[in-house]
Design a protein around this ligand. Sequence first.
Ligand SMILES: Cc1cc2nc3c(=O)[nH]c(=O)nc-3n(C[C@H](O)[C@H](O)[C@H](O)COP(=O)(O)OP(=O)(O)OC[C@H]3O[C@@H](n4cnc5c(N)ncnc54)[C@H](O)[C@@H]3O)c2cc1C
Length: 391
Amino acid sequence: MDFDFSPDQLALQTRATEAGLEFRDRARQWDAEDSAPYREINQRMGELGFFGLTMPKEYGGQGKTALDYLIATSAVFRASQTWQPCEPLFCTTGPGPAMILLSDSEELKQKYVPAIVRGEMGCAIALTEPQHGSDLNHLETTATIVGDEIVLNGDKSYVTGAVDNELYAVFARFDGIPGHRGIGAVVVEGDAEGVTLERGPSFVGLRGLAHGNVTLRNARVPLRNLIQGPGSFARLMTAFNLERLHNAAFTLGMAEAAFDEASNYVKQRHAFGRPVIEFQATYHTLAEMWTIIEAHRLLCYRAAATAIDGTFPQGLPVTIAKLFGGTRLPDLTVKALELHGGYGVDLDYPIQRIHRDAISAIVAGGAPAVLRNSIASQLFPDVRFRQERDG
Ligand SMILES: Cc1cc2nc3c(=O)[nH]c(=O)nc-3n(C[C@H](O)[C@H](O)[C@H](O)COP(=O)(O)OP(=O)(O)OC[C@H]3O[C@@H](n4cnc5c(N)ncnc54)[C@H](O)[C@@H]3O)c2cc1C
């Protein structure tokens, strides 16, 4: 077991930190205005070499590993203290592009993956519906194959990057087959007939880019845009594990950012004639925060380092890493905020924004209770709770 980064990984981390620092000063404005210049951010992250990190070289990707992805994204999050600069990494490497890669159709891969890794197209995930987030068993969006087309009808909500992305990996129910067995996924182009993209609601955190709506009204896409038909839910979830790795990288990077802000603040703030860091209560709080961060880091690295083919994180370790980060980060950001005294809730100080981002990430990519269900069912495969109400 080797806990040291290779020289290449160290260089990647340094490069990602420098990239993140380019955006830090603008995080406050993007948050205040709930608007960020996605095209510009995307172009810059591409120039800095962050597109298609784990995508295979044969499609123009960089052929790196899930661990490289984690190293890069967590460093960008820490340095930028905001989530937007990692969105181009997510949309050119994350679950959307990975799902296309897992498709059986070489034609589909050739059609989209090279353009995705060049940053000309980004692929978001459209899974959640207004009435069904965790409960995918009751997904209502329908997909019907008509000749050489798929006709889609339904409403998707909270789609991060809606409006800005060109492609959407849409989860839909095929042929009315009930439960998760009926679910498949299709690549939908944002400007296709019958597709409407809207910005959607404003969130308390993770602001700037939309978490928007994708509305499908007799939207017709070519049959060759089918990623997987019904009966392949488990396979689709293999790609979705990259979403959980991204979430875990976010909570790791933001936990480190909260630690940075708190420790810098208490070094320069004086009370009772001494720097606040010289009070043992402060000292211990920082030690406790760092212990949680170190535990989270190890869970994240393990989830990434044990990825299948080096690329697709396995369900159990990545779910544990996401659960740990999502549920621990808000406590940690509150501690960091408290160390700022009254300045903790002053909009001129980044810690309040980091805290709002932390609470906004608890449920994104899977609610904690659902993650616990998933972990427990893998630990105890013989013990199952029926999620559906009897009768
Ligand atoms: C910042 C952000 C970004 C997002 N980005 C995207 C995106 O890009 N694409 C996308 O498709 N979606 C996205 N989502 C949606 C997200 O995936 C859902 O919000 C999430 O899956 C939870 O679904 P829900 O909001 O419908 O809550 P519900 O499923 O209605 O959950 C409500 C409560 O019930 C609990 N619950 C539900 N089922 C169970 C159960 N079986 N056992 C125990 N408790 C249960 C939950 O834990 C939760 O506490 C995003 C959400 C956020 C906040």
